[in-house]
Ligand binder design. Sequence first.
Ligand code: B12
Ligand code: SF4
Length: 494
Amino acid sequence: MKTLFVYNDVNSSEPARYACGISSLSAYIKKCGHETLLAYVQTVNDYALLKEKIIQFKPDLIGISTTTSGFSNVNHLSNYIKQISPDILLIVGGSHVSIIPDDIDTLNNVDGVCVGYGEMPLLQLLTSLEKGDDYLNTNNFWFKTNGKLIKNDKFPFPESWDDFFDFDREFFFEELKRLNPNHSRFGRGFLGDKVYEYIICRGCPFNCSFCAAPLIKTWGKGQGWLGVPSPEKVVKKLKEDVEKYNLTGLAFHDDVFTFHSKWFLEFAKLYIKELKLPYVCNLRVGTFEGPVFEALVESNCRIVNVGIESGNEYIRTKIANRKIKTEKIISDLARLKKVGIAVNTNNMIGFPEETFEQFMDTINVNAMIGPARSIASVYYPYPGTALYEKCQSEKLMEQNGNDTVMERKQSCLHLPNFPKKKIERIAHNFFPLILYQRLILKVFGLDSIFSLKYTEPFVSPFSAPGLKLYFILRNIRWKIKDIVKILKVTGRFL
Ligand code: B12
Ligand code: SF4
């Protein structure tokens, strides 16, 4: 059977990227003899090529993949598809419909949604279609048929995740070549020019109130939602890819790469023996103690992305439900920096109840750490999360406030002590502002009159040229360091 996947990546802050979810689906069903093709949609400009693919490939099934960010485009996209191919079975999967399957009601031209992980359900659906059997009872799917809604039960989570660590790379090649030829330069060249992205463990054990990851435990039935493929399987697969595609580095998207310390230590041991390629991963403070820290260093971890989210103890622990002490964040990230691992920090601005004074703690904590990069996303209430419920029940959101067009760029909350304009300005200029505040910290101290607490409206407009200058100076510094190194080595031989 032929499946055309449509990756609905509209309204993303990122350039076109590889997505582990649909490439895992493609690998899984191809192993059973099915054919797949990808249409990558970022804007309506991509629709003509989608049409061509529908006409030439003649799929038996079309599957759209979307997160909440692109969900508002699904009606437009599905109407377009059904105009070309009115009788095609059209389904939607991905994080949004897995979290809010009831939104199937808002979709006019879609026949079904996949709730949760898609590999086993999609294979079962294709098998039924191939045999001409009734497919409306396929696990994990909700179907709309003759004005009725059918909600099927879910598959249990797998006992072993080994069969689920396989990704179809080639499936993405053609579209990424068209949309973003630099897609494998993940990590801005720090890991070399050919970096592939992976996800090993799909879930997260923590419960931050703003995040959709805790909802993943409902994506199947029973235990095992936090399972990991065996280190042997993972390293074997990575090694095959490294050799096949000449990779120079790896990017692991797991929400918290080291949460399962026993697994990580076994993985790192094998990885050091077989690969030792530089890599980037996501960490959470409190999950890289003692031997895990050493294993990170020895296994060649070069860049880590760490969520600080808020530097203010009240906002972080009470609003965001992240029970981590400020001192621990500062000392753990300093430890990483000391051993030469580049630390990128992720932050949020405009949490419910947040004031500018509280946000200054986020700026100051970042300034004390001195990250290699840092971003601040404007808080956006994702449906289904605990904090979204709070925003709803306390009527904190503006009308149409959670329109995804504004997602993470503009605030959609009423925050009496934090003007919207200020939030957007700071979010836009966050990294240069951190560099400025770090300079102030070192020269005058954080309480001085030059602190951003007083100077932000004057400093922000100069942030963009300031950042350019910073990068130019940093590159010159690196070049001088390289030259000095070469001179030292040649000196030794002369
Ligand atoms: C890697 C990742 C990214 C990568 C790649 C994105 C991608 N689409 O793969 C990058 C960095 C680009 C990214 C960007 C963003 N991300 Co992101 N990302 C993740 C992360 C950490 C892992 C995704 C993953 O690979 N999972 C493993 C695979 C196997 O699962 P999956 O992708 O969900 O796919 C399975 C099912 O959903 C289903 N499925 C998916 N599509 C389809 C289609 C069909 C037809 C069927 C039948 C089934 C099906 O089957 C798949 C296989 O089982 C998740 C968190 C998480 N733990 O899942 C967040 C997550 C998906 N991201 C999120 C967000 C908010 C974003 C951004 C908005 C952030 C931003 N910076 O702007 C953008 C949006 C970009 C976009 N258009 O998707 C949210 C989504 C929330 C929501 N309600 O939808 C999540 C859940 C994070 C979170 N904790 O809140 N992300
Ligand atoms: S923010 Fe990170 S640590 Fe917290 S629940 Fe989400 S993925 Fe897990």
